[in-house]
Design a protein around this ligand. Structure first.
Ligand code: FAD
Length: 413
């Protein structure tokens, strides 16, 4: 059985490892020439860590990443409206702040000795043709067109995918707000095991996430800083003198501004631009074609679930392949039915929550910030809501009352 995976990001790399384990031959197409150390930090939740444990690479991830025990969110008057800790859901739970490049490195290393994988870097896939008994993958490599036939193809090429079948797409639009990211030396503010967030109404939001080290320099611990802003303002913001930005922070959170000033010491931060999309699909697979990761359900990063949902997708699809495989063939109907059972309710719930919560953090709505402050400080005082919030952040919820079982997912391959 030969499967093509399009995109060597979190979803594609994790799925490759799991399919190879089932004796499936994988060809991984990636448009970039190499897996460059691009991107800033992301937060791996217990859901994503369960998948890394399943893959046998949790320890390695822990070494390079930074353990995170919870997140706080404070207003300019120092009031904490968010104070959520993984232990409120389960005493064993924690998160890991990690650079996207480091996560890709750990996943790639786990594939280093596999012989059933064919790497195709610098291959941009432009078109898929479903022929019923096989899928033809078409694209370009260094301006030369090519095509190749596979038994199945999984699209894992991220939020801006143009390969997801148009007839499955219910919604695909950019968010009006994004974020500027920069990487700084570690431990610049407060408890180094906390994701610190700061909010003023809905127009100002920033965060400091401990993110561990890059594989090229494992001793140097780093943090990522993000600053929320409307997408059209990134260029002006990145070029503006850093003192103007610092003054805004200083007038609201002076202790944070002191830490930032010590880090940048008059050097302009190197900001990366992050833009987000909202993608909703009516189905994730049919016949021999499937879509996973951000390509299937891109959302705003408010709930910090992107990489975790990509990992859960890979796990669920590998489980579905295993269930549907017979000695000679694969029952594709069973694959997608099982995948749907494992992923549909969770994806729906996180997409809905992300859509409802994003305007409470990033929008021009004058009332949204006050509503958020009242709602969250009230929930913060009630143990039931504290626990539900911790479970939601953990990435394991499947609905108002249901949740996935960490230990089931984490079982070794
Ligand atoms: C360059 C980059 C930087 C990022 N930085 C951050 C960050 O700092 N913080 C954060 O939270 N999230 C970041 N993300 C998003 C984060 O990686 C994803 O939300 C999450 O990991 C889910 O991953 P995914 O595998 O679904 O998609 P992605 O991680 O987006 O991976 C998709 C892969 O597909 C490749 N690809 C795209 N189109 C094609 C094509 N036509 N043919 C072949 N290959 C293709 C891309 O080059 C990419 O390697 C970044 C994504 C990218 C691509």
């Amino acid at each position: 059985m030969k499967v093509a995976i399009i995109g060597a990001g979190t979803a594609g790399l994790a799925l490759a490892k799991m399919l190879i384990h089932q004796d499936i031959e994988v060809t991984l197409f990636e448009q970039a020439p190499t897996l460059d150390p691009v991107g800033a930090g992301l937060l791996l939740q217990p859901s994503g860590l369960a998948v890394l444990a399943h893959l046998g690479i949790l320890e390695e991830t822990q070494k390079l990443g930074a353990e995170v025990t919870g997140l706080t969110g404070q207003l300019p008057n120092q009031q904490r409206i968010v104070d959520s800790h993984y232990a409120q859901a389960d005493s064993r739970f924690f998160g890991i702040g990690i650079h996207r490049a480091t996560l890709c490195h750990v996943l790639t290393q786990s594939l280093a000795n596999e012989r059933q994988i064919t790497w195709r870097f610098q291959h941009e896939i432009t078109h898929l043709e479903d022929k019923g008994s096989q899928v033809i993958v078409k694209g370009h490599c260094k301006d030369q067109p090519f095509d190749e036939a596979f038994d199945a193809t999984i699209i894992a090429n991220g939020a801006r995918s143009r390969l997801r079948p148009a007839q499955w797409v219910k919604l695909d639009k950019p968010y009006p707000w994004g974020a500027a990211w920069t990487i700084v030396p570690d431990c610049i503010y407060g408890d180094p095991k906390i994701l610190h967030q700061f909010y003023d109404s809905t127009s100002m939001m920033m965060g400091v996430l401990p993110t561990g080290s890059l594989p090229s320099d494992p001793q140097k611990r780093l943090s990522s800083i993000f600053w929320s802003l409307p997408t059209g303002q990134f260029d002006t913001f990145a070029k503006a003198p850093y003192s103007a930005w610092l003054a805004k922070v200083q007038s609201r959170w002076s202790d944070l501004a002191t830490c930032l000033d010590a880090v940048f010491k008059d050097n302009q931060p190197q900001w990366l631009n992050a833009q987000y999309r909202d993608v909703v699909m009516s189905k994730y697979g049919q016949g021999r074609i499937g879509v996973i990761g951000d390509a299937a359900h891109a959302m705003s990063p408010q709930l910090g679930q992107g990489a975790n949902m990509a990992l859960l997708d890979a796990w669920a699809l590998a489980q579905s392949f295993s269930k549907a495989r017979t000695a000679k063939d694969m029952d594709w109907h069973v694959v997608w039915q099982h995948y749907h059972e494992l992923r549909h309710s969770s994806i729906n719930m996180y997409q809905l929550m992300s859509r409802l919560l994003t305007p409470l953090y990033q929008s021009d709505l004058w009332w949204a910030g006050s509503l958020r402050n009242i709602m969250f400080s009230w929930m913060n005082q009630i143990p039931y809501f504290q626990k539900q919030m911790a479970f939601t952040v953990s990435g394991l919820k499947t609905g108002a009352f249901g949740q996935m079982n960490y230990d089931e997912i984490a079982k070794p391959m």
